[in-house]
Design a protein around this ligand. Structure first.
Ligand SMILES: Cc1cc2nc3c(=O)[nH]c(=O)nc-3n(C[C@H](O)[C@H](O)[C@H](O)COP(=O)(O)OP(=O)(O)OC[C@H]3O[C@@H](n4cnc5c(N)ncnc54)[C@H](O)[C@@H]3O)c2cc1C
Length: 381
């Protein structure tokens, strides 16, 4: 189904057209095969980078496109509707550029940012640990100052791009317990002691490699400290406010793909002498899905427009992530139902969509954590 969008500029429309063209040509035909073989599509990411789609929200002086967040998110939504793993990769990469782009010194940005957002590199965001996912402030990876650098030791868990990233945001403890003891370091793949472990055997997103990373006395130069010592937790949370909107966009795109596929099938498939879409039981299910997707998109865009206007948006981002990912779960489950037995086999993409939707309710703060964020804001008044 064509989505009717109100975009801020003609340039934004051109970008969405370009994203659609690349998504149809490079993503859609490759998704099923790569997912089946658990093969990361590095070349596809390079193509997106060369087309300027890996640095959309960042400044032109660093090689970005200086696009409003609402435009970036709609590009992401289009990519996700063709292949979630690629959209997620773009979202994680964009998240990984955020600490430097927002908190780096002018010198750090000038020196490092063009390479990060230039399209050839991919980033990883190393916050979660084996014993601390939701309770990120309890992280234990340690960085000890030693001369002109830090020596980092510890293990990060569930790191997207662990095996393929060129740079790593490492959230690590330079001070005492709690959030105030955490700092952010930006490491390169070339630094010794960065050891990705065996890839996790995930339920979905097989083309997106996720693994623990052991940091074994990794030496990171002191001029790779982003923000001051002790500012890392604030940086991590601020990055996640933006990142959660990326996950919401992925969810909207995935849900739209599932709905479109289910509608197409329901119009073709006949039972009892009629197209199954004409049975009210199915038609209403599809109507609910279409309505929920529109609502999720509207919530996501409201939060993005607040961000673009420089207004506080973290609570709206939490609501958008929570709602959009719950919608994606519900809609993909229903899409399987609409296809009946055909929905349960890999000949059709909806069983994959259903498995992929699940992770969106977990990453970048589980949906319980989004509710914690929203309810705390309500309690504070
Ligand atoms: C495929 C994949 C990719 C990922 N990529 C990255 C990445 O690139 N970088 C990164 O740093 N992390 C990444 N993660 C980690 C992800 O962010 C964490 O899995 C998530 O934050 C939850 O942490 P946890 O798995 O330790 O679960 P836990 O924190 O142990 O939570 C277990 C359960 O308890 C619930 N819970 C915990 N605390 C509360 C509370 N206060 N109130 C109510 N319920 C609560 C949770 O909602 C959950 O249901 C990824 C995870 C996956 C699966």
């Amino acid at each position: 189904m064509t989505v009717d969008r109100i975009l801020p500029t003609d340039e934004a429309q051109d970008l969405l057209d370009l994203a659609t063209e690349i998504a149809d040509r490079e993503l859609a035909p490759k998704a099923a095969g790569h997912e089946e073989r658990a093969e990361f599509p590095r070349e596809v990411l390079r193509t997106l980078g060369r087309a300027g789609l890996l640095g959309l929200p960042y400044g032109e002086e660093y090689g970005g496109a200086a696009q409003p967040y609402e435009v970036y998110l709609q590009v992401l939504e289009i990519l996700a509707s063709r292949w979630l793993a690629v959209a997620e990769a773009v979202s994680v990469h964009t998240l990984s550029c955020y600490p430097l782009a927002e908190y780096g010194t002018p010198q750090q940005r000038k020196r490092l940012l063009p390479d990060l957002i230039g399209g050839e590199q991919l980033g990883a965001y190393c916050l979660s640990e084996p014993h601390g996912g939701s309770d990120a402030a309890g992280l234990t990876t340690r960085a000890v100052r030693d001369g002109d650098g830090y020596v980092v030791s510890g293990t990060k868990a569930w790191i997207t791009h662990a095996h393929v990233a060129d740079f790593f945001n490492i959230f690590c403890r330079t001070g005492g317990a709690g959030a105030r003891g955490i700092s952010c370091l930006l490491a390169d793949r070339s630094m010794p002691g960065i050891q990705p472990q065996m890839a996790e055997r995930t339920m979905g997103l097989h083309a997106s490699p996720v693994a623990q990373i052991a940091f074994d006395e990794t030496r990171v130069p002191a001029d790779r400290l982003i923000g001051g010592e002790g500012e890392g937790f604030g940086i991590a949370m601020s990055a996640l406010d933006s990142g959660r909107l990326g996950i919401a966009a992925c969810a909207v795109g995935l849900a739209q793909a599932a709905l479109d596929y289910a509608v197409g099938y329901a119009r073709e498939r006949r039972q009892f002498g009629r197209a199954i879409v004409d049975f009210q039981g199915l038609g209403f299910m599809l109507a609910d899905a279409a309505t929920q997707i529109s609502a999720a998109r509207a919530l996501m865009l409201t939060a993005a427009r607040l961000r673009d206007a420089g207004r506080p948006y973290s609570i709206e981002a939490a609501k958008a992530k929570l709602f959009a990912t719950d919608v994606a779960m519900r809609v993909t489950i229903d899409a399987v139902q609409v296809l009946g037995g055909a929905g349960y086999v890999a000949d059709h993409p909806v069983e994959r969509y259903m498995r992929e939707a699940k992770v969106l309710q977990i990453v970048e703060g589980t949906n319980q954590i989004q509710r914690v964020v929203i309810s705390r804001a309500l309690a504070k008044g």
